[in-house]
Design a binder for this molecule. Structure first.
Ligand SMILES: Nc1ncnc2c1ncn2[C@@H]1O[C@H](COP(=O)(O)OP(=O)(O)O)[C@@H](O)[C@H]1O
Ligand SMILES: Cc1cn([C@H]2C[C@H](O)[C@@H](COP(=O)(O)OP(=O)(O)O)O2)c(=O)[nH]c1=O
Length: 252
């Protein structure tokens, strides 16, 4: 990956405001292409129970072992405000209108991007995120039926131009997903609440996104064992970003 920021990474950027929140003001975010910030954003996507957090944790451990520290984060809930939003979003006793749910996922994302992803990526660090914007297209649009255009517009605002360098999509049949969630012992699972048809559409949504963004999305058969998947992900990363993850190659 290029360590040279493109002109577009700099021109619209301003010094973060000194307001009490110390968040950059709206419109101050760079428009970014993959690789235009010195860091590397690696995203894990897939349905509930597909093994995203298992693989994100394994990759982090592997990078730690190579003295290449990586930041492990997630959506929803990767920031203090996001953790509160996550409680609302995942409370089965608190039904939300589809639009309200969408706005809360996007609010979580805006906080995540502005306060965590952008600072880490600007500092040149590797960030591993358990979910990002594909999830909202797959769940709220393909699954929940909200307009694709609305979801894309809100994603664009929340992402502020940040684009993953690579996304690993852990693809799993819905029946296997249901089995894993039962085994994991989640309370009343989102699967039970939303139903199998919903998740069939979510899966199809993810696969369509992978086709559209095929240059920087890798679809993995998530029914295979965790070791095999970990090896395949690391091999792909090493090929994609030569030298970045070599032993002692930490940019942090
Ligand atoms: N490759 C795999 N094969 C079988 N079971 C797995 C695999 N990866 C994860 N699991 C198990 O499936 C469940 C869901 O995994 P998890 O990583 O929490 O998924 P997610 O973060 O996508 O919800 C956990 O019980 C985990 O131990
Ligand atoms: C990020 C995101 C998550 N979700 C859903 C997916 C999950 O059902 C739920 C919580 O995500 P997550 O904690 O990643 O669940 P899991 O570990 O089971 O995969 O939020 C959306 O519906 N839209 C979104 O934009």
């Amino acid at each position: 990956m290029s360590m040279t920021p493109s002109p577009s990474a700099h021109s619209p950027e301003k010094t973060p405001s000194s307001s009490p929140s110390s968040l950059p003001s709206p419109g101050s975010l760079p428009r970014c292409l993959p690789g235009c910030l010195p860091g590397c954003l690696i995203v894990f996507e897939g349905m509930d129970g597909s093994g995203k957090s298992t693989q994100a944790r394994r990759l982090k451990a592997r990078l730690d072992g190579l003295s290449h520290p990586a930041v492990l984060t997630k959506e929803p809930g990767g920031t203090p405000a996001g953790a509160r939003l996550r409680e609302i979003l995942l409370d089965p006793a608190l039904p939300l209108a589809p639009e309200a749910e969408l706005f809360l996922f996007e609010a979580d994302r805006a906080m995540h991007v502005k306060t965590l992803l952008l600072p880490e990526l600007r500092a040149g660090r590797t960030v591993l995120s358990d979910r990002l914007s594909f999830a909202t297209v797959a769940y709220q649009s393909f699954g929940g039926g909200l307009s694709r255009e609305l979801v894309s517009t809100l994603n664009e605002v929340a992402l502020g131009g940040v684009v993953p360098d690579v996304t690993y999509l852990l693809d799993l049949p819905v029946s296997e997903m249901a089995r894993r969630l039962r085994e994991r012992g989640d309370g009343p699972t989102r699967f039970e609440l939303l139903g199998g048809d919903y998740f069939e559409r979510v899966r199809e949504g993810y696969l369509e996104l992978a086709r559209i963004h095929r240059g920087r999305t890798v679809v993995l058969d998530a029914t295979r064992d965790p070791e095999t998947l970990e090896g395949e992900i690391f091999e792909d990363l090493a090929r994609r970003f030569p030298g970045r993850f070599a032993t002692g190659g930490s940019p942090a």
